[in-house]
Design a protein around this ligand. Structure first.
Ligand code: ARG
Length: 621
């Protein structure tokens, strides 16, 4: 990237004096850091301290000031006296216009004009560079190419063939997509893997079920729903047999669903061609259908992998190492890793009949993926209910002394449950139905404003995108560890902090340019009169734009998309608050030009944030 050095201009009324450089500050990517550093250097000099240390304590968004520094954090004794030293040394500059003592804080006010200039300038330079080099996804404002050459494998979505794509998978899909995008923003190469649940005794069951209840025609028409229907029926048979058995009835234990399924699965594991052929058709058809759903969600994978694809040798290798390192114990013919010492129970890795289990496949799978990708980081996005499983997995890898196992390389990004997910038609939920319904609801809403509706080129696509936004934002707006209650009516609402509101703000920001074709487009922030942009409502927007890079970093570091969602809500509110008073239409030319420049930059940052959230920003609705 060549933009970096030009970020701080040398010939402008808003030229910024040189500052010491410290590792924690990155003014080339976040101009706010330069302003923080100016305050930190001033204090450091007045107190004889290290600017890097003070920099950490320059807090944004506190005490109603642009920056606040809590004196007791650094200095004992009377804060008034320490403050006086700083107040005395203070000289207004293009960085800072004022400092005051708000016991026990030092409160700084930026040179607002200069700050406005630099924030807008940085955003524009970043997006210009991104436009010139669209192949480099790490250049947009807020992104930092600091993990070049590193690879992250992320296992997300990972539904089970034959069972419905439940709310947990939906969350994994949405959260996983955002975490992947955020890693790319920080320079990681990302491999998105869908680890299908496509192996295990339940596929033996499904096979028996299909022989009994399956229909070729229905299978081809809608594989996911049909296989699920078959699966439900065969499970009913299974449950009925068990009930009869429990009631003391005599049952031929060779022909129960359970026994037959076990046998088919054993055949599958032994590679018996007939068993494999049928299973592999189910799998292929299901993947095909899933790809369609993911397309609708604007989410893609680099690889459709799955439990069935884990190499036999890798699983055997894991079992052998566990045996060799004496990590195991036996129980009724099954082999278990003993993790009692770490309060993680004992976990089966080989069943009594010699077949493998979920954990065995994850153990072998880790090795397979390492061989293939040599990853530097591996994230699993799976519901919190599986946290014991992942702790067992990592502990076992550690005890096996796998060379690729290091503290912090493997991470389980977990999340809470979704309650009450249902459609108007019933309670068993397929993702497809949810998306379809969200789209319908949005379509109905859009139709209620006939005039606007007529201007939308493709209402079908638009309503699908807003519907999808509603479902995704509802899922992403709470902290991921928390449970939430799915509510179609609420999440599709235009009032309040829901998905449609974010799209609406983007649409507004797009409409300014469209509705004011005669207002000249400024070529850069040097081409507008910054002093015109003095409204406090504008400054609030500028300030919020300036914290976007840190906000993105926080979201990325914590794997917490909600942080980014809240940034979007806030900027949307700020745009809304400015909308009536900071108008482009009807304003005098210079004013209109400056304001348009501001709205265009805001739109760029919002659109980028939305794309990171896997949303498609729309232009009209
Ligand atoms: N298929 C599993 C489920 O639906 C999730 C798989 C998660 N990934 C993994 N490597 N275990 O519960």
């Amino acid at each position: 990237p060549t933009v970096t050095s030009s970020h701080i201009p040398t010939s402008s009324k808003y030229q910024l004096p040189q500052l010491p450089s410290i590792p924690a500050a990155n003014p080339q990517r976040q101009i706010l850091d330069a302003f923080r550093l100016a305050a930190a250097s001033l204090i450091a000099e007045a107190w004889g301290e290290d600017p890097a240390k003070i920099f950490e304590g320059c807090d944004v968004g506190k005490k109603g000031a642009d920056l606040a520094v809590a004196i007791p954090r650094f200095k004992k004794g009377k804060p008034d006296e320490w403050a006086a030293k700083v107040l005395e040394a203070f000289q207004p500059s293009n960085y800072l216009s004022k400092v005051s003592f708000e016991k026990p804080f030092l409160a700084f006010t930026f040179n607002k004009e200069s700050f406005t200039y630099h924030v807008l300038r940085q955003i524009q330079l970043c997006s210009l560079a991104a436009r010139q080099e669209p192949s480099n996804p790490t250049l947009p404002y807020g992104a930092v190419n600091e993990n070049e050459g590193k690879l992250m494998v992320i296992d997300f979505s990972s539904p089970n063939i034959a069972k419905p794509f439940h709310a947990g998978h939906l969350r994994s899909t949405i959260i996983g997509a955002v975490i992947s995008n955020m890693h790319e923003a920080f320079g990681w190469k990302v491999k998105r893997i869908n680890y299908l649940g496509d192996w295990g005794t339940q596929y033996g069951k499904l096979s028996i079920g299909f022989d009994r209840y399956g229909s070729e025609e229905e299978l081809v028409k809608d594989p996911i729903k049909h296989l699920f229907k078959v699966y439900v029926k065969i499970n009913e048979d299974d449950a009925a047999e068990e009930a009869r058995y429990n009631a003391g009835e005599e049952i031929d234990s060779e022909t129960t669903v359970h026994a037959l399924a076990k046998k088919v699965f054993k055949d599958m594991e032994d590679g018996e061609p007939k068993a494999i052929a049928q299973w592999s058709r189910f799998r292929d058809l299901s993947i095909e259908a899933l790809v369609g759903v993911y397309d609708k969600l604007n989410i893609h994978f680099d690889e459709y992998w799955g439990e069935s694809q884990v190499r036999k040798e890798s699983m055997q290798r894991a079992i052998d190492i566990c045996l060799e390192k004496k990590l195991t114990c036996e129980d009724r013919g099954a082999l278990l890793v003993d993790l009692m010492e770490w309060k993680m129970d004992r976990a089966i890795i080989r069943k009594a009949d010699g077949t493998t289990i979920y954990l065995t496949r994850d153990l072998g799978g880790a090795y397979d993926k390492y061989e293939k990708y040599h990853f530097d980081k591996h994230i699993y996005v799976v519901q919190a209910a599986q946290s014991l499983h992942f702790r067992q997995l990592y502990k076992t890898l550690e005890l096996m002394e796998e060379p690729y196992y290091k503290e912090g390389v493997f991470e389980h990004v977990s999340f809470g449950m979704v309650n009450g997910m249902s459609t108007r038609k019933g309670t068993v939920v397929f993702l497809d139905d949810i998306l379809e319904e969200a789209k319908e609801v949005m379509h109905e809403q859009m139709r209620s404003n006939e005039e606007k509706y007529r201007q939308i080129e493709d209402p079908e696509t638009t309503s699908a995108i807003i519907g999808q936004t509603a479902v995704k934002i509802q899922d992403l707006s709470g902290k991921r560890v928390n449970d939430y209650t799915f509510n179609m009516q609420r999440c599709t609402s235009f009032e309040g902090d829901f998905g449609p509101f974010i799209q609406y703000s983007h649409v507004r920001l797009c409409s300014v340019q469209r509705k004011n074709p005669n207002v000249p487009i400024a070529s850069s922030s040097d081409d507008i009169d910054i002093s015109i942009l003095s409204d406090p409502k504008i400054y609030d927007m500028i300030y919020h734009l300036s914290i976007f890079p840190t906000t993105l970093r926080t979201a990325y570091t914590n794997n917490e998309p909600s942080t980014l969602v809240h940034w979007c809500f806030k900027i949307s509110h700020l745009v809304g608050a400015a909308w009536e008073s900071v108008k482009v239409s009807g304003a005098e030319e210079e004013e209109a030009k400056a304001r348009l420049f501001l709205y265009l930059r805001t739109r760029e940052v919002l659109a980028y944030a939305m794309r990171l959230l896997s949303l498609t920003p729309i232009e009209r609705m």
